[in-house]
Design a protein. Structure first.
Length: 269
């Protein structure tokens, strides 16, 4: 379970001088029933703490009828003027597959973190930017970018298998070290034992076969009467404290290039 000493007060104190949004990345391994509960719970936790979050869903592509990051990269694109996925939530959700690839292409030859910094510039009026993208896309487009994507795993056998495959992609192809989040019911001893065994197994596989150390966490997902469980609140604060900061020079370069490419593409059609 997450360390109880990571308190809300400590988290808020550490964020008091934060001037730019924090970027959090969740790697998808095509197991939305495992991943989405954690994603929504994190967003709910940030909302309860008074932070504004935006979700960029790079597992979904933008279209004229469902605009998202691609349209926001246009020179006149602004999040506050854009429609977003209609859900009864306190956070905004945009499809982002095409826009993310565009940002990565525009920032080739620059800092490895330039696409993320561009996102932070675009969503500077938000507190948290959560990027949800396929593990293969992250490994291919953002190798060596020093992010530590969350990788959610449930007790489902298929979830464990696809999570291990995604872990290999991130470590070997992307040189990215994921944080494994095993979702458990702490009132169920079998669930706790499963999480301990899974975490040890994945850590052992990463070290013995891939030569890498990984971080593993067990998060109690019981809702009870809380909108966001305590473990999720602690994880949400940890992510805010450790989220990737922005570097202004690299940000503006990638941001401007992406906007120019988008405008050129429009004029050529």
């Amino acid at each position: 379970m997450l360390d109880a000493c990571v308190t809300q007060g400590a988290g808020l104190q550490g964020l008091s001088t934060q001037a730019s949004p924090r970027l959090v990345v969740m790697a998808s391994h095509d197991d939305r029933p495992s991943e989405l509960p954690l994603l929504w719970s994190l967003c709910a936790a940030w909302s309860e703490l008074g932070y504004f979050a935006v979700v960029l869903d790079a597992t979904q592509s933008e279209s004229p009828s469902n605009p998202g990051l691609q349209q926001l990269l246009a020179p006149s694109g602004r999040p506050e003027d854009m429609p977003h996925e209609a859900m009864d939530t306190a956070w905004s959700i945009y499809p982002a597959a095409i826009g993310l690839r565009q940002l990565c292409a525009a920032s080739q030859g620059q800092e490895d973190t330039a696409p993320f910094e561009a996102l932070e510039q675009l969503f500077q009026n938000y507190d948290v930017v959560l990027l949800y993208a396929n593990a293969g896309m992250l490994a291919t487009n953002l190798p060596g970018s020093h992010i530590e994507p969350l990788l959610a795993v449930s007790t489902n056998e298929r979830s464990v298998l696809t999570a291990y495959q995604a872990m290999k992609q991130l470590l070997l192809n992307g040189r990215l070290q994921p944080t494994i989040v095993s979702m458990v019911d702490a009132s169920d001893q079998n669930s706790l034992a499963w999480a301990r065994n899974l975490n040890k197994s994945l850590q052992g596989c990463a070290m013995n076969f891939l030569g890498q150390q990984i971080t593993t966490l067990s998060v109690d997902m019981r809702q009870d009467d809380e909108e966001a469980p305590r473990d999720v609140n602690r994880l949400a604060l940890r992510l805010l404290e450790n989220g990737m900061p922005r570097r202004p020079d690299a940000t503006m370069s990638a941001w401007q290039q992406a906007m120019n490419d988008n405008d050129i593409g429009k004029r050529s059609h």
